[in-house]
Write a protein that binds this ligand. Structure first.
Ligand code: NDP
Ligand code: OXD
Length: 313
């Protein structure tokens, strides 16, 4: 039996789509009555803490997202292997988001929107080329590397920063604490695609922001965070925006989600807010992945994309 344990997402829709991908399998949603001994697999997105405990035959947990930080908020999480989402549908969605916002920053669309509202024809012709702009990606995993390749194709200069060293064609790479300062000092648009772990929590703070290039062709550096809200200190982002250190910020993720009504980020003229949907998990695509993963397990093979509990990603 597969247990579907979600919060914040439409559980009925997930059960229906998962059932289509696994017609013979018994699938039950948390909240319905079920025999806890019959559960062999669980899929989770922000399951209520403790709800996966006392499942004596559970053999794996499949996260329905690429990020798994939410799992580690559960101090009664069973000690079974965890597998996460790596899927071209999700990866493409994230790269679309990153490219769209980099292009919007490059082509100053916010400014032209404002001009249109005023019926203002201000054609001062200042438009840097993509090749003048340096994009730095923090997190060079599945998502960061795909975005990097596609941004290169658009003509941007691209650099990446990760925990361990990488070699990626056409991308300047940096790693670890020692590489961070140099990476930041050559970055005009900072794209954050890191997982939230004890090491990365709060990493986007005033000090990091002040380390970004101040001599770029966009005038001031910009920040795009589509990783996790816990990576950022929102008070520091607002402070550096208001002091003119940052030129624009695009946030898909927040310290508290949904973003509270009284957050100053909602109305700040230099902030773009999206509701944590840079790359949503599509039930058809991710349902097919879960079905493939379970089929692998039942064929005696190790499923893909196992989470390293020690690293927490
Ligand atoms: P991966 O695990 O494939 O990549 C993570 C990257 O971050 C790796 O390059 C890793 O380094 C790097 N990293 C981790 N810890 C550190 C550290 N302490 N210092 C420097 N680099 C570090 O993850 P994905 O690319 O698949 O996803 C990234 C994140 O994106 C997810 O964890 C999730 O939070 C977020 N996400 C957000 C979505 C949204 O809609 N907003 C949708 C999907 C994901 P190394 O390569 O050396 O291991
Ligand atoms: C994910 C997300 O981690 O949607 O996949 O945030």
């Amino acid at each position: 039996m597969l247990l579907v344990a979600l919060s914040g997402w439409n559980v009925g829709q997930w059960v229906e789509r998962l059932q289509k991908k696994m017609p013979g399998r018994e699938i039950v949603a948390l909240g319905e009555p079920f025999d806890r001994r019959a559960v062999h697999y669980a899929v989770s997105w922000k399951h209520p803490a403790g709800s996966l405990a006392n499942l004596p035959n559970l053999s794996a947990i499949f996260s329905l997202g690429a990020g798994v930080d939410f799992l580690f908020n559960d101090d009664r999480l069973p000690d079974v292997p965890i597998y996460r989402v790596v899927d071209s549908d999700l990866t493409n969605r994230m790269s679309e988001y990153v490219i769209m916002h980099c292009l919007m920053l490059l082509r100053q669309t916010r400014r032209y929107d404002a001009q249109q509202k005023e019926k203002l024809w201000d054609d001062d012709r200042f438009q840097p080329a993509a090749s003048d702009v340096r994009i730095g990606i923090m997190g060079m995993g599945e998502l960061g590397q795909d975005a990097a390749r596609k941004l290169r194709m658009m003509g941007f200069q691209v650099a990446g920063w990760s925990r361990t060293p990488k070699q990626i064609d056409g991308v300047t790479t940096y790693s670890g604490d020692t590489g961070l300062q140099e990476f930041l000092s050559c970055t005009d648009i900072l794209v954050v695609l890191l997982p939230l772990t004890p090491q990365t929590r709060g990493i986007i703070d005033e000090r990091l922001i002040r380390g970004l290039a101040q001599n770029g062709r966009l005038g001031k550096p910009a920040l795009i965070n589509a990783g996790r809200g816990g990576l950022q200190k929102e008070a520091d982002i607002l402070k550096t925006l208001n002091e003119g250190v940052l030129g624009h910020v695009v946030l898909d993720v927040f310290e508290t989600e949904p973003l509270p009504q009284d957050s100053l980020l909602w109305t700040h003229p230099l902030v773009t807010v999206t509701p944590h949907n840079a790359a949503m998990s599509d039930p058809d695509a991710i349902g097919a992945l879960v079905a493939r993963q379970i089929a692998k397990m039942e064929a005696g093979q190790e499923p893909d994309y196992r989470v390293d509990r020690a690293r927490a990603y």
